[in-house]
Design a protein around this ligand. Structure first.
Ligand SMILES: [Zn+2]
Length: 487
């Protein structure tokens, strides 16, 4: 099925939408503020060597000079891992020297960035170690057999002239030889260009930064089904074209600058789709709906029929709603990027054929998703359990924070509950204090209720404590916020 990729660029944020047949299937967002310096390569200049601290300050062009410790110089790699004596820093660095360095820790407060000369460059499946001829496997790939097999495959793919090594990332566990080879050759090309730049650039300068979201899209998301990649910034389009020419030449012809009058994301209603992907309820065309709840441990999806279902076509209506729900929820999992354990609670179906048809529909809908997943059959309780690999943060985690009004319960106390809470509070305070008057500062809804339906109760309390009680609307208060002021 043909897909288009829309890239919306602003100075503060880049947003990417994958659109299939006019509907958004996937969303990716990267904020400039989240991009640190870790992993970046610089050509730096040694400004001071401190033999007493066995460290040195290096100017890499950031506000504050960066810092390198003797143990992070690659000449000491063997000594460091074998516990041998390190070559002292004053024998390895001198003031004024140019040096290729990588940031291993971001600057924080008054501290400069921390650097290393043991370079590593992350690709999609592999991490390239140009100075370290070893092959390492991610700890997260647990099976010993799988680790051995991967090590052998990566070793076999190594070009004869390769002097460096690779770390195999968790993402590589189900990669094909072709994907591994493509990643190897990408990283080697990148390294060659970094080295060339290091010879010609002035000091200090940036030699390499982690890929931007837009670049990762070209590298990871574009496939044979991809139609055009529309970018709404002329500068970014130019940069992407230059990058694509070197690293993903097959993609170059598909990158286009979008200069239409309507905002790019409006052309596919992406912003509406984002709003829907953040809401708990997803409406289905048949009138049914999904309720999606995300907690720390798991996500549950509850399928509901819309309103009353009865009569002769009862089973049929439920079956159709579940089929539609299977498609909608597969799409929502991808759009929201929900990971971990997911429990699907379809509407109960008695007919085993209906159950297997719904399961088949679900698997079919999930097959469009490139993320690794497992799906169980219906459990005894009629639930389908599935897992979806956690990659980046979910959309909700990226864009939202816990609601301060309801403390993330999803509900707020009713205005009447709050009125009674306030009345009890005034009674309690009247025993403790002796003001001339009590004044309630509360939201409009609370004050309205006190002025109308609850005016009797308020008046009774005033008589009982023998003090006037006045009301004042505090516009900035949420429903659950109030103050009782002693006048
Ligand atoms: Zn809330």
């Amino acid at each position: 099925m043909p897909q288009d990729i829309l890239i919306n660029v602003t100075p503060f944020e880049t947003r990417v939408a994958l659109v299939e047949q006019g509907s958004v299937q996937e969303l990716h967002i990267e904020r400039s503020i989240q991009r640190g310096h870790v992993g970046n390569l610089y050509l730096g200049k040694v400004v001071r060597v401190l033999p007493g601290m066995q460290s040195a300050f290096i100017d890499i062009g950031l506000e504050r000079a960066a810092f390198i410790h003797v143990a992070d110089l690659r000449q000491n790699r063997h000594e460091r891992s074998s516990g041998g004596t390190l070559t002292p820093i004053e024998k390895l660095l001198f003031e004024g020297q140019s040096l290729m360095v990588q940031v291993i820790k971001d600057p924080l407060g008054s501290k400069g960035a921390r650097l290393s000369t043991q370079i590593s460059i992350a690709g999609r499946m592999l991490v390239y170690l140009p100075y370290d001829p070893h092959i390492g496997i991610s700890q997260k790939i647990e099976s010993e057999q799988e680790r051995l097999a991967l090590r052998e495959r990566v070793a076999n793919l190594l070009p004869e002239d390769e002097k460096g090594g690779f770390i195999v990332r968790t993402q590589a566990s189900d990669a094909s030889d072709e994907e591994l080879r493509a990643d190897q050759s990408y990283l080697r090309t990148l390294w060659t260009s970094i080295q060339a730049q290091a010879k010609t650039q002035p000091t200090p300068s940036v030699l390499h930064t982690d890929l931007t979201l837009a670049q990762r899209v070209l590298r990871d998301m574009v496939g044979p089904d991809t139609g055009t990649i529309l970018v709404d910034s002329r500068i970014t389009t130019q940069q992407l074209l230059e990058w694509a020419r070197v690293y993903t030449p097959s993609v170059e012809s598909r990158v286009k600058h979008y200069s239409g009058d309507r905002p790019l994301f409006d052309t596919a209603n992406v912003d509406d789709e984002i709003a829907r992907a953040l809401s708990r309820r997803v409406d289905l065309k048949s009138g049914g709906y999904l309720i999606i709840d995300q907690t720390e441990a798991l996500t549950t999806v509850d399928v509901n029929t819309g309103g009353y279902v009865g009569g002769r076509n009862f089973d049929d209506t439920i079956f159709k709603t579940n089929l539609e729900a299977a498609q909608a929820l597969a799409r929502q999992l991808r759009l929201r990027n929900l990971g971990g354990i997911i429990i699907l609670d379809f509407i109960d179906m008695d007919d085993p054929e209906h159950r297997s048809a719904v399961l088949a529909e679900l698997n079919k809908a999930l097959s469009k998703d490139r993320t690794r997943m497992t799906v169980s059959g219906f459990s005894q309780l009629g639930l389908v359990e599935m897992t979806r690999k956690r990659t980046r943060d979910s959309l909700a985690h990226q864009l939202c924070e816990p609601c301060p009004t309801c403390q993330s319960r999803g509900n707020v106390k009713t205005a009447r509950t709050l009125c009674y809470e306030i009345l009890r509070e005034i009674l309690r305070e009247s025993r403790q204090f002796n003001p001339r008057e009590f004044r309630i500062l509360a939201s409009q809804a609370i004050v309205d209720l006190f002025l109308e339906e609850e005016s009797q109760h308020l008046a009774m309390l005033g008589d009982f404590i023998g003090k006037p009680i006045s009301l004042e609307v505090e516009r900035i208060y949420s429903q659950e916020q109030y103050d009782i002021v002693l006048m």
